[in-house]
Design a protein around this ligand. Structure first.
Ligand SMILES: C[S@@+](CC[C@H](N)C(=O)[O-])C[C@H]1O[C@@H](n2cnc3c(N)ncnc32)[C@H](O)[C@@H]1O
Length: 280
């Protein structure tokens, strides 16, 4: 591999490790609209996943939220993440479910999976595809997923919408922050999100996809595209989200509404995250 490619790869992982040093990924999915992200991600995984036992590689598995949930359902789950803190947290969470632990949890990079060819039934890429800012690196992840999957195996890839920071800044009350204006302008123009402000509210360097770009990358890596769907749809923009989510009836209404529009092309980009599901 050329020296400049190695340097670029190292840099992108360094930025990720630095960002998550301060962010609390282990508790994120239990707060605010991230609960909708989790419920919908689980729903979209279960909709396509073969029954247990099957082998799943969660590349970018963070602190193990989905990996441990799937292991508890009887799957053999291998977690990879470049952030040592996340791998430690995943191992700790795994140790709390002694009857259904993770098959493995190790520091690694979705661009270079340590697994053999054609050894997995499913791969989750719920993070790497937006943290890697170069298309070449995102394709490397998808090609690795393709390599380790058995024929017919499935990959779930999450992207952040090109328009997420526009909606987020409007609903979150920082649209008028002059420091955020150039960040938003570049997001909308190029999908290249750069945060040099030091404010963690503005996330870290990332790539924001148009829905069509996500499926184009899946096709380029050799996958058939089974579906491209909104994860949260417009639900993440709900005023007073917690009140709705904590009311069982309103929660079901919200989930039903999001499901109803999950494939609507004119609404896809309003979701914070988009999920593509591909088959080898
Ligand atoms: C927002 S977290 C999501 C964690 C979990 N998958 C989820 O969906 O809740 C994004 C994760 O992607 C990981 N990540 C970033 N770049 C990666 C790469 N090149 N290979 C593997 N994981 C990566 C980060 O370390 C982080 O744990």
């Amino acid at each position: 591999m050329a020296a400049d490619v190695i340097a670029m790869n190292k840099n992108s992982t360094d930025a990720v490790v630095h960002y998550y040093g301060d962010a609390d990924e282990a508790s994120r999915l239990r707060t605010g609209w991230f609960q909708l992200e989790q419920a919908r991600t689980q729903e979209l995984i279960l909709r396509h996943l073969p029954p247990a036992p099957a082998t799943i590689i969660d590349a970018g598995g963070g602190a193990g939220a989905y990996a441990c949930w799937l292991a508890a359902r009887g799957y053999q789950v291998h977690l990879i993440d470049p952030v040592p803190k996340h791998v430690e947290q995943a191992r700790e969470a795994s140790s709390l479910q002694a009857e259904h632990p993770l098959a493995s949890a190790q520091v690694g990079d979705a661009r270079h999976l340590p697994h053999g060819d054609s050894t997995a039934d499913a791969v989750l890429l719920l993070g790497p595809l937006y943290h890697l800012v170069e298309r070449e690196d995102r394709l490397a992840c998808l090609k690795e997923a393709h390599r380790v999957l058995l024929p017919g195996g499935l990959v779930w890839g999450a992207g952040i919408s090109r328009f997420a920071s526009l909606f987020d800044s409007l609903s979150g009350g920082f649209f008028d922050d002059p420091v955020f204006a150039p960040i938003l302008a570049r997001d909308l123009e190029e999908g290249q999100h750069r945060n040099s402000t030091g404010n963690p509210l503005y996330f870290t360097d990332a790539f924001f996809h148009r829905p069509g770009e996500l499926s184009r990358d899946f096709l380029a890596a050799g996958f058939q595209v089974e579906a491209v769907v909104a994860i949260e749809g417009p639900g993440w923009l709900a005023r007073d989200f917690d009140r709705l989510w904590n009311d069982p009836l309103q929660r079901e209404r919200m989930l039903a509404a999001v499901r109803k529009v999950e494939r609507e092309p004119s609404v896809l980009g309003a979701s914070s995250h988009i999920m593509a599901i591909g088959r080898k």
